[in-house]
Design a protein around this ligand. Structure first.
Ligand code: ATP
Length: 215
């Protein structure tokens, strides 16, 4: 398929659309309107129509979009035809939870190997995923052609582990540690800081409450 150039904001919404379309298809629905989609994915319908307009004729206005057509289209554009293997580094509480999470159900991603320094778990299979020693990192990543890793080591080990992963050829890091990692410009880092996200939520709720009591 030709590469279509789309705005970043649109690209970010594609997985949302895709996930909902899977549900509609499983329910046997043939058509979906932009209003229905809008309610389900919480994106205003004007943005949805604009997003879809980047992809050419996907449906006729007023008739709704064809669910199967959309699914096929998004599957291709999101590369869902190919299974993406990712690695997980640091098999602690959070790492284990992610090993148990079924990424494959809605996205064609799976954690195919994990790494740790704890001899009690290396050499074992946890939730169907082999756990290797850190000394096997380079070899395994290259054998399995993996370029994405989820980082769930303690903060103190985050930067050193990142350096090792970069040296082993990792190009994308999903960083679950609160540390801001330094990595070369061609390595993408996506930060997911659960504690900070929760703190932000608490802050907003508190300030909403404060506003209410001002009245
Ligand atoms: P979590 O923060 O996920 O709740 P935890 O409290 O269970 O984890 P941590 O001390 O944060 O444990 O360690 C997470 C995992 O990272 C552990 O399994 C630990 O053995 C592993 N780990 C620690 N240092 C390294 C390292 N340098 N390289 C790889 N793995 C490491």
């Amino acid at each position: 398929m030709d590469k279509i150039k789309i705005p970043k904001a649109t690209a970010k919404r594609l997985p949302l659309y895709y996930r909902y379309l899977i549900i509609l298809n499983e329910e046997g629905k043939a058509k979906v309107s932009s209003t229905e989609l809008s309610e389900a994915v919480q994106v205003d319908s004007a943005s949805i129509r604009r997003d879809f307009s980047y992809f050419g004729a996907l449906g006729k206005r007023g008739y709704g979009y064809d669910v199967k057509n959309l699914l096929t289209f998004f599957k291709k554009i999101l590369n869902q035809d190919t299974l993406t293997n990712v690695a997980l580094v640091g098999v602690g509480n959070l790492g284990r939870a992610l090993l148990n999470y079924n990424f494959k159900r809605s996205n064609n991603i799976r954690i195919s190997c994990a790494f740790d320094i704890n001899k009690e778990i290396t050499g074992h299979i946890l939730s169907g995923v082999p756990v290797y020693d850190m000394s096997d990192l380079k070899q395994q990543l290259s054998d399995q052609q993996i370029s994405i890793a989820i980082l769930t080591v303690p903060s103190s080990a985050a930067q050193k582990t990142t350096d090792d992963m970069v040296e082993a050829g990792i190009k994308g890091i999903m960083n679950f540690t609160p540390i801001r990692l330094s990595a070369p410009a061609d390595v993408r880092v996506q930060n997911v800081d659960l504690a900070t996200e929760l703190q932000t939520l608490i802050y907003f709720l508190d300030s909403d409450k404060a506003k209410e009591s001002d009245f």
